[in-house]
Write a new protein. Structure first.
Length: 191
């Protein structure tokens, strides 16, 4: 017989269903659409000066929306995806952002910690920009700056804090020609 915690509520409705999990990526992307411009310029424009707002206009909400893959059309025409991994068959020089739930760890029957994985892949030919920064590092830094501490509807407060969750980290991913970086951020409010 399994060891069952006697403090657990016997009513099924009291258990966390993690029903917001499928919408996390979309909600985070929606937040980014309203709260950052640089990431979107770096995704759309392939020139080495894409970071420069005096040379490249910020994108409209419709232009940002057109970069998000909704399962229709050609994948190559989009830059934001809600799943993990980079298809190695791409030959087009582009920068891609992938946002997806990575892990859910239930602390008990009500609360849990969710980890969100952000992957940024840039074709090697686009990596270094005229400001001597790499496109991947700039996007990862912006994700941390814009999202760390942000309270996002349907996600909760995102944090990048290893003391709160050892899953939070930045790492290198992918391989040439699509090298990348990833960042894992966490949230305690998923219900």
């Amino acid at each position: 017989m399994p060891n069952i915690d006697p403090n657990l509520d016997s009513n099924q409705w009291a258990y966390n269903k993690f029903s917001l999990l499928p919408q996390m990526s979309y909600n985070i992307c929606s937040y980014l659409m309203d709260n950052d411009e640089l990431i979107w310029r770096l995704l759309k424009y392939t020139t080495a000066d894409a970071w420069n707002s005096s040379l490249h206009a910020d994108l409209s909400k419709a232009e940002k929306g057109a970069l998000i893959w909704n399962g229709e059309g050609e994948e190559i025409d989009h830059r934001v995806f809600f799943d993990v991994g980079q298809d190695q068959s791409w030959t087009t020089a582009a920068t891609i952002l992938r946002i997806s739930p990575a892990e859910v760890v239930p602390a008990n029957h009500i609360y849990g910690t969710s980890s969100v994985l952000f992957e940024v892949y840039s074709h090697y030919s686009l990596s270094t920009m005229t400001n001597y920064a790499t496109r991947n590092a700039v996007i990862i830094q912006r994700l941390i700056e814009v999202l760390n501490g942000a309270d996002i509807e349907g996600v909760g407060r995102l944090y990048f804090n290893a003391r709160a969750s050892s899953r939070c980290r930045v790492g290198v991913i992918g391989s040439i020609p699509y090298k990348g970086m990833s960042v894992v951020m966490c949230s305690n409010a998923l219900g």
